[in-house]
Design a protein around this ligand. Structure first.
Ligand code: ADP
Ligand code: MG
Length: 695
């Protein structure tokens, strides 16, 4: 076995065969290369061959000896082995799972984990090999060391996978191309790929695992970031965009539109945007900022810069509520200006819509606000200079760049109110420049967050009534809408529903107050009416689903109550909390939570301690992992086998720097040292950066 083809089917690997190949296929392992890349998820220490007299509980051992007698009451089967130093029992709970041919006098080699039972060492369900007692070897040949435990299936246990992989490793040369340029390998003092793979499967020591893992994780991250660097390179250096110079006059004129000074963070973001717009390549910038930090103002700054150059601008929001809110804000800032704006809605009458589309196509509208109705086929812009996409993560990256325009590429500004930990931002939005608004505008009240145990809920809610009667306003958020027919079983169903809580509040807890409802089963007009009533102070409270999460802005609301708070992620709770504290008054956020585990309690406790969205996102990432935090599918989060976005931050940063530098020097990866990388890329890009084609 000297040359193995990495692409050959696993079926032909020694110890696999067609049946086991099928089991491996369920683990997405199809080829030799896949198998070699199937790494243990943990390691057990194996003591190797041990004399029976020396057995200790919990050791993984191999013993050898002669069967003295068989026993056990069916269905149990036991077998007592003697190796001259003592006796040990082998035990099977189901006879039929014991190997055939076990009987007194036969030689046996058994491997398993030691336990003590009635002062006697035992191996339960051991793996055994039988032989003639005269052929019993003195040394069995299993060495002490770390044994990898593999992700396995019911049909194909870890040890069989391990045996097949170790068989492959016997080959003198592993069929593994080292894609890392030697220069980078030296720079970071990384082992070769083959050495790293060997170590992962058969580590000589705990210490050897570190560098091996690091090497494989680095490679994974480098390929990922190369994809980002390539995408960015294509966007920036191969497609021209309008140069829109933000002169001091334009800058001053835009700023004069706002009834306040920009915050320092807003100024920095605006400067970066101005710089991007002047460059002649499309801006692709991500504006991150907690709710209420003033992203809309920055977005409008960018739009007005484009409009100053007689280009059109578009703002796309994820929901109609938010689109309308942008419109309201825009109308407030633009009152008396010559900027022509319009709201393109989903449910417009055909004639009205046709007219608006004609106006957009003819350039008679400067600023178009809408939902994804904006990227429908029949929407064409005469001269679209800039696109703002609000709440980017709600769209998925794919919807970027589907704007139909008659001119060159527009500039893009995407915004998110979900603070994204840097590791995630670098992998999901790794091709974007990032601006961050960290500080809220001055003059805001504080937000106090408190966890309310479910047992105190009624008492606390009754107390809130006085504050509401005195003019404060509250959101009450429930995880579910609930059924219309009101025959829910209140006592057995622990999840609060909008309908039930609305009824409870209006009838028993807050009977004097006016309370509205807001949820996804209402028509846009109904929702609208409720929001307007709430915003004007006609309602003391609204009971809502998480539709209030994204961006609904009612500065008078100062109380946020979240039912079943333990059902939400930290980031989502933080978003909800951001609906209050938007005015000058101090606000309260009450998280109602059942008697959850101490861990759940600790998790919610983070919200009591901080209102820094980035700190909360980092904690959420640590506690729940990246997939949960963002929803893997939707966000094109790469599937990483070795690297871990919650811990490999420094490695990711290194890989990113290296990748961008590499593409700057050799944008087509044509140099000899980069050939292997390029060959590794298409698959990686197709798999992990699925949007390369839209770039
Ligand atoms: P975001 O979109 O980030 O949640 P908005 O842009 O909606 O935040 O701004 C939130 C509120 O703060 C709005 O009422 C807005 O008028 C106000 N605001 C924004 N920037 C400033 C500023 N620099 N100074 C004072 N108020 C501001
Ligand atoms: Mg906003």
């Amino acid at each position: 076995m000297s040359a193995i083809d990495p692409d050959s089917p696993v079926q032909f690997v020694k110890g696999i065969g067609p049946r086991r190949a099928q089991a491996l296929a369920t683990l997405e392992i199809h080829t030799v290369a896949d198998l070699l890349g199937h790494f243990p998820f943990r390691y057990e220490r194996d003591a190797g061959q041990v004399d029976i007299a020396d057995l200790q509980p919990d050791l993984n051992v191999t013993i050898r000896g002669q069967v003295r007698r068989m026993g056990g009451r069916p269905p149990t089967l036991t077998c007592t082995v003697d190796d001259g130093t003592g006796t040990c029992v082998l035990r099977w709970f189901q006879r039929q799972t014991a190997p055939r041919g076990l009987h007194a006098g036969v030689g046996v080699i058994a491997q398993g984990t030691v336990r003590e039972y009635r002062d006697q060492p035992e191996l339960v369900q051991p793996r055994v090999r039988l032989c003639n007692v005269d052929d019993l070897p003195a040394r069995v040949g299993t060495e002490a060391g770390l044994v990898g435990v593999y992700p396995a299936t019911a049909d194909l246990p870890s040890h069989l996978i391990r045996r097949a992989i170790l068989g492959l490793l016997e080959a003198t040369e592993l069929p593994l191309v080292d894609v890392l340029p030697p220069e980078l390998r030296r720079k970071h003092e990384l082992p070769t790929r083959a050495a790293a793979v060997r170590t992962m499967h058969r580590p000589a020591s705990e210490a050897a695992l570190g560098p091996a893992r690091r090497r494989l994780a680095y490679e994974e991250l480098l390929l990922l970031e190369l994809g980002m660097a390539l995408r960015r390179y294509r966007q920036h250096d191969t497609s021209p965009a309008q140069r829109l110079e933000v002169t001091p006059e334009i800058d001053a004129r835009i700023r004069a539109r706002f009834p306040f000074d920009l915050t320092a963070d807003q100024r920095t973001a605006a400067r970066s945007i101005a710089h991007d717009l002047e460059r002649g390549t499309p801006m692709t910038r991500l504006l991150q900022g907690d709710v209420g930090t003033g992203k809309t103002v920055v977005a409008l700054y960018a739009c007005l810069a484009a409009i100053a150059h007689r280009r059109q601008a578009a703002i796309m929001a994820p929901t109609e509520i938010l689109a309308r809110q942008h419109l309201t804000r825009v109308e407030q800032y633009l009152s008396g200006s010559r900027v022509r704006h319009a709201l393109l809605r989903g449910g417009m009458a055909a004639g009205e819509r046709q007219q608006m589309l004609a106006d957009i196509a003819a350039g008679r509208i400067d600023l178009v606000i809408g939902t994804h109705a904006l990227i429908q086929h029949d929407v064409t812009f005469r001269d679209l200079g800039l696109v703002v996409i609000d709440e980017q993560h709600k769209f998925g990256v794919a919807q970027r760049q589907q704007f139909r325009t008659k001119g060159p590429q527009p500039h893009y500004l995407v915004m998110t109110a979900t603070p994204i930990p840097r590791t995630l931002a670098m992998t999901i939005f790794g091709d974007l420049d990032v601006s961050v608004l960290r500080c809220a505008p001055p003059g805001r009240g504080t937000i106090t967050t408190r966890i309310v145990p479910a047992g105190q809920r009624t008492r606390v809610l009754r107390k809130i009534a006085a504050r509401l009667a005195a003019g404060e306003q509250a959101y009450v958020v429930c995880p579910q809408i609930g059924r219309d027919d009101a025959d829910e079983d209140v006592d057995t169903d622990p999840v609060a529903t909008v309908r039930r809580v609305h009824q409870e509040l209006s009838e028993t807890l807050w009977p004097e107050l006016d309370i509205g409802m807001l949820h996804g089963c209402m028509t846009p007009d109904e929702k609208d009416a409720t929001i307007v009533a709430f915003a004007r102070g006609h309602l003391h409270a609204v009971v809502a689903t998480t539709v209030v999460e994204v961006g609904v802005d009612v500065p008078g609301a100062t109380i946020m109550i979240v039912e079943n708070a333990d059902r939400y992620g930290l980031s989502q709770l933080h978003q909800l909390r951001g609906r209050v504290g938007r005015g000058t008054r101090d606000s309260t956020c009450l998280l109602i939570a059942g008697a959850g585990s101490p861990k759940a309690r600790e998790r919610l406790g983070i919200l009591e301690q901080t209102i820094d969205g980035f700190a909360i996102a980092e904690a959420d990432l640590r506690l729940r992992g990246p997939g949960e935090l963002l929803g893997t599918r939707q966000h094109g989060l790469p599937e990483l086998l070795v690297a871990d976005l919650t811990t490999d931050f420094k490695l990711l940063q290194q890989a990113r720097d290296d990748a961008f530098e590499l593409i700057a020097r050799d944008p087509r990866l044509e140099q000899d040292a980069h050939r292997a990388l390029r060959a590794a890329l298409p698959a990686t890009l197709a798999q992990k950066v699925p949007l390369i084609e839209t770039g």
